[in-house]
Design a protein around this ligand. Structure first.
Ligand code: MN
Length: 206
């Protein structure tokens, strides 16, 4: 897919999201799950492959219960640098709202190319919150555009029918912040960067 669609959807003079530069990471493949308060809260699930992050938006977020299949809508590939993005996407921009890095780590899969093309990926996650075996399966009968997949926990010692990982571990693994703190801190940082909006001595507002 490349990064053309990623680039087209964004105005990099306005958003602080990373520019679309493909990067190499040696050795292990990274994964990241970002919690994103856009017009609707969702979780963005991203798997590094071939120099980009293959990406799915998961409206309900991942579940540790193997019986709960979670809709995962494939979206455009993102640059690898996006895995570290936490902050605010400006309102009016694509996906405007705050983003935090909800989980990160590495992932393993025996045949990624085949899995992606056949619509059945079986893999292991080595994250701080998500661990063990998982699967992503393209929905049959999704003739519209083939973008609807299902994310499922595979039964193993990390599966749980009762734990709610989203509510028990809601914060960023990078900063320990919640979404409200991310937006509050980023807004005050932005104000500090813009001298026009701060008071100057001797001059009060007009
Ligand atoms: Mn998103």
């Amino acid at each position: 897919m490349g990064l053309t669609r990623y680039r087209k959807k964004r105005d990099f003079s306005t958003t602080s999201e990373p520019r679309a530069i493909p990067a190499r990471s040696g050795g292990k493949l990274r994964f990241v799950v970002q919690k994103h308060a856009a017009s609707r809260l969702h979780y963005d699930f991203r798997l590094e492959y071939a120099g980009v992050l293959k990406s799915w938006a998961i409206p309900k977020g991942p579940s540790l219960n193997p019986q709960e299949k979670r809709l995962a809508i494939q979206v455009e590939d993102h640059p690898l640098a996006y895995a570290d993005f936490e902050g605010i996407i400006p309102q009016g921009q694509y996906g405007g709202g705050s983003v935090l890095v909800w989980d990160q780590g590495t992932w393993e899969c025996s045949n990624i190319q085949k899995g992606l093309s056949e619509g059945k990926l079986e893999f292991a996650l080595h994250g701080e919150k998500l661990k063990g075996r998982w699967s992503l399966v393209r929905m049959r009968g999704d003739r519209r555009d083939g973008k609807n997949w299902l994310l499922m926990k595979v039964r193993d010692r990390y599966a749980s029918a009762t734990a709610n990982i989203l509510s028990s571990s809601p914060l960023s693994v990078l900063s320990g912040r919640g979404l409200d703190e991310v937006s509050a801190e980023e807004i005050s940082k932005a104000e500090l960067r813009q001298p026009n909006t701060t008071k100057r001595s001797g001059k009060q507002g007009t």
